[in-house]
Design a protein. Structure first.
Length: 457
């Protein structure tokens, strides 16, 4: 079916994962169109690249080439409600309608899928993996959950390569459509409980994911996960972490703004690996990425060169200002463990400095389920500044506000609530050596202005 289509319509084209697939079809010369709720940098880029994008839920706005069910594939994101009139139009018209994850699943059947799953670390690890392969003789296609700084995009096309790197998203059980050749599982800390309900159901979802690994494939699991895999016969299982497991680091050297270490690996050790983005959490992300790269056949020299030249991902330890006076970075962290690892990594690099974080909680349900854990992680900061919750797809829940997090900060930790609209004025008067803006919401819209302010302080 996919090979016969001439046009692709995206309901929710502006999402980071959806836009990568849109670019895939644009580069293949198909008509690409779609709806999104609001314009963004991504949708504007897609329009410049040839996509037809509109911003109102209107059947009349669907372009003519996308109105024929015989030639049009419709791709939608689970964030779109079933009441959406365009989605209803396509359902009533007998169109081939697929979730984003179904399309990615097809690609893992046609290529050797190198997939990165887990509660956190997916985007950085999959982007690292894609860069390692793309700059090597092996090369790869890639569909990523962030904009890589090396390439300025969330998508890499390599028609001659057998490999595709995919960020395997557990939201809505999307990763169950995949058939990985090799996969990393970074973490299984409970998340998306609005979908799963319980930690047990969340862990079972990952267990089922391991059943989907292709025969003679590979599973690379972080040590200490609660989830027990259930792989097919012939699948090789490895473990990894910073300091133990089949893949791990030794002889770690941190100093002078650089991090260097040696990789211990059952596929061959590699000495003197230098991180292009020298934050300590990237030691572990890098170990996972290098494991996949070795499975794909990269040489030690290719891996060493790729790790040193990886520039990172926008909104993942994304330094917007870094001078002798101040530093400002933006990070997408929106789960308590992500926040903890992010803050600990910055503490390691900026020991003894005053670190202030502005956090925008993401989703009412996540705040309700984890406000104590959020408070505990944020208490690693010298000052915690909270904005109102970013609702995304959710309606408000009575009694669930950022105040819940504020009330549970550790004794002695300075904290306050602000309106998001006041964030620029707050930054002008804040006392910090290092400022972090944290979260997956729209606080990022202020980052350029925040950077300008910090540069003048």
């Amino acid at each position: 079916m996919i090979k016969k289509i001439s046009s692709v319509y995206f309901v929710g084209i502006g999402g980071i994962g959806m836009s990568a697939i849109a670019r895939y079809y644009l580069q293949r010369g198909l008509v690409v169109a779609g709806y999104d709720r609001t314009p963004s940098a991504l949708t504007r880029d897609l329009e410049r690249e040839g996509a037809l994008v509109h911003y109102e839920d209107s059947v009349a706005a669907i372009p003519e080439p996308c109105r024929d069910p015989q030639t049009t594939l419709v791709i939608y994101t689970p964030a779109i409600p079933e009441s959406h009139s365009e989605l209803q139009f396509f359902r009533a018209g007998g169109f081939d309608i697929q979730k984003r994850a179904q399309v990615l699943g097809t690609l893992t059947h046609d290529h050797k899928g190198l997939c990165v799953a887990g509660t956190h670390g997916k985007t950085t690890t999959s982007s690292m993996t894609a860069h390692l392969l793309h700059q090597s003789s092996v090369d790869c296609n890639a569909f990523l959950g962030g904009i890589t700084k090396n390439y300025g995009t969330n998508y890499i096309l390599a028609p001659e390569s057998d490999y595709v790197v995919i960020e395997a998203d557990e939201f809505d059980r999307s990763f169950h459509w995949l058939a990985p050749y090799a996969t990393v599982i970074t973490a299984t800390d409970p998340d998306h409980l609005d979908i799963y309900g319980t930690e047990e159901a969340y862990l079972e979802s990952f267990r089922h994911y391991t059943e989907l690994i292709r025969p003679q494939g590979f599973l690379v699991m972080h040590t200490g996960l609660k989830m027990r895999p259930n792989v097919q016969p012939g699948v090789t299982t490895y473990t990894y972490s910073r300091s133990e497991g089949d893949f791990h680091a030794e002889n770690i050297r941190i100093g002078g703004g650089e991090i260097t270490f040696d990789l211990v690996s059952p596929l061959g050790p590699i000495a003197d690996i230098q991180l292009g983005v020298p934050v300590s959490v990237n030691i572990e992300n890098g170990i996972a990425a290098m494991a996949l790269a070795q499975i794909a056949g990269l040489s030690a020299d290719e891996i060493r060169r790729g790790m040193a030249s990886f520039h990172g991902v926008e909104r993942r330890f994304d330094f917007r200002v870094k001078n002798e006076r101040k530093a400002y970075l933006s990070d997408y962290a929106h789960h308590p463990e992500e926040l903890r690892k992010c803050i600990e990594s910055i503490r390691e690099v900026y020991a003894g400095k005053r670190i202030v974080g502005i956090f925008q909680p993401h989703l009412y349900t996540r705040t309700r389920d984890f406000y104590r854990e959020f408070a505990d992680a944020l208490s690693l900061l010298d000052e915690v500044i909270l904005t109102e919750i970013y609702p995304a797809r959710e309606a408000p829940i009575p009694g669930v506000t950022s105040q819940l997090i504020l009330n549970n900060l550790r004794p002695g930790v300075s904290g306050r609530l602000i309106r998001k609209a006041d964030v620029l004025d707050v930054v002008r008067h804040a006392d910090f050596d290092v400022l972090m803006t944290l979260g997956a919401g729209d606080l990022e819209d202020y980052s350029s202005e925040i950077a300008k302010i910090v540069e003048t302080l």
